[in-house]
Design a protein around this ligand. Sequence first.
Ligand code: UDP
Length: 409
Amino acid sequence: MRKVVEIKSKRFEDYESFLTEEDRKEIKRLSATLKGRKIGMYSATAFGGGVAEILYSMIPLMRDLGMDVEWEVLEADNSFFNITKKIHNGLQGQSGSLTEEEKEIYLRVNEKNAKSTNVEQYDIVVVHDPQPIPMIEYVRNGKQKWVWRCHIDTSNANPAYWDLIFSFMKDYDATIFTMKDFIKDASKLKKVALIPPSIDPLSEKNRELSRSEIETVFQRYDTDMTRPMLVQVSRFDPWKDPLGVVDIYKRLKKDFDIQLAMIGSMASDDPEGWLLYDRLLRHVGEDFDVKVLTNFNGVGAYEVNAFQRGAFLILQKSIKEGFGLTVTEGLWKEKPVIGGNVGGITLQIKDGINGYLVNDNDEAYERSRYLLEHPEEVSRLGKNGKEYVKKNFLITRHIMDYLRLFVSL
Ligand code: UDP
């Protein structure tokens, strides 16, 4: 059965103020060329994580620009998502390989999904991440242009997984990566585009909030705005190093009266999440200045926005990171972000200018400590962060890059 995602409409004109006059004209010109084209997007899930976050903004804006865009997600159960999580982990460098049986399940679920959708209707099909990448094998008929979008950090991929994914990738008409470091064997691919992700400045996650709105959310979760709050927003995933963040907090807590909010939604394609959530709670222990919050505590986009805006600083201590929208979100809210010196985070944090890139817990501790001792630095770094995101990582620029790629196909 096809699973089509419902999305609220958006108006492109509301976003024009984020564009230069030149870019505005360019987007209009590109969308006139693509007017009426049918585009199908496929991803694993419509909930949790960066891909869903982007598509909820990108698709309605493309629709408003005249394209006919639909978003479908995979129909699959936990056994499939356990396998695709292994693929995700392997592509980020974890050892091991799939068993023949796992490979078989991975392919059969894709075949079933491919056959139940009506790909025929699309001019362009955009497939996000490895979960649905094999679909192309089961429905390709030469009429559509196929684009694969990789959102993960493949810079150090385990060859067993890379080779599997590459066997599908090479059939795509174009492949999008966030950074050059993530690509291997580019010469064997038909077309490669480098496009970093983006945030939507007007979404519930990122729009301006008043001080009293932020305070209300803080009160609701029994936290207060008079003491510095450190925030990490991330799926509960070992690559995001939530336990490391708690260790950094514990060291700082000896000298500063601070709080920590660990916010992590549970994505439906991430069965590991619950295990790590449980581990994290035990690691925190009985310190009630640490809040571990999820969508099950009623933390949605608005609450994440409020925590990010009310934070003293934002941490994103990833060990691998495709991009890290949470970094972009923090910078946009004029907060210094202390992020792992890996993958897409290095595109966003300019060390000492809008935050700090850190290689380990000690460095993260030192940088956090420095900011707690020099709060005047926070606003300088924060202002630079917002400027940097405005120039490079807003949804308007992202759409322009996609439209250019579509036209080139
Ligand atoms: N997110 C959220 N609630 C949470 C955890 C994450 O809304 O509890 C959002 C977060 O704000 C960001 C996205 O999920 O927009 C995560 O994207 P990112 O690129 O940082 O990481 P990914 O999950 O894609 O690896």
